[in-house]
Design a protein around this ligand. Sequence first.
Ligand code: SAM
Length: 246
Amino acid sequence: MRNLIKAFVLLFLFFACGKSSNGNHFQKETLASQETYAARRYEMVHLQIQQRGVKDSLVLAAMRKVPRHEFVSETMKNLAYSDQPLPIGENQTISQPYIVAFMTECLGLKGGEKVLEIGTGSGYQAAVLAEIVKQVYSIEIIASLGLAADKKLKSLGYHNIQVKIGDGYLGWPEQAPFDGIIVTAAPDHIPQPLVDQLKIGGKMIIPVGDYFQELIQVTKKADGSIKKKSVLPVVFVPMTGKAQKK
Ligand SMILES: C[S@@+](CC[C@H](N)C(=O)[O-])C[C@H]1O[C@@H](n2cnc3c(N)ncnc32)[C@H](O)[C@@H]1O
């Protein structure tokens, strides 16, 4: 009898979870495994992110909400909330959770902004941004990754993200200016088109360098010039395309 009740509960949970509240994403997970992932996510935010000094409540809420395990392959799901970057195919990675949170905080977002991301990768960083701002534009140079991320984001109900396949060095002039720009692949200099597409008062966060890279927070001043602040030593994949042809 107990087993029968258990089977009914599982069946109920399976169907109850079949549709997400914001889309038609069919989730194969039971409520129990979703709760396990949520618990891991809360722990990740507490231990890896808050304890390292990230304070922005909008960023912390977004990091608690976005299901990171949805952005990695089946074999990596168990590691989705661990303190490391993970492979996503094509020799690329989804960044370490702390770095995603730290970079997002560096943009100083308040909600309602229009943000550009260079390096869509898995789509995870774009989803974190989309929880905070009004509209996210994201550019990925590897078509297979960009297309997969776009599909994943739509299936999870993120309709305020536009993904484009192309070279992010050039930015997205048709949608400029942006309140914030986040770059998740490292060029050896700050691309001028991205500076041009940043609003006055807007912030860009970008890893710059070859072997040794620094995360630079760029603020655009009223006269169009920029203020640069080095905020963290980092290791990112190189920015390919035009960045390497200069
Ligand atoms: C560290 S991964 C990005 C992780 C991603 N933000 C995420 O949340 O999964 C860097 C990405 O930048 C992409 N990339 C490299 N050079 C690029 C360029 N010039 N334009 C656009 N994307 C580029 C890579 O293909 C890779 O997917």
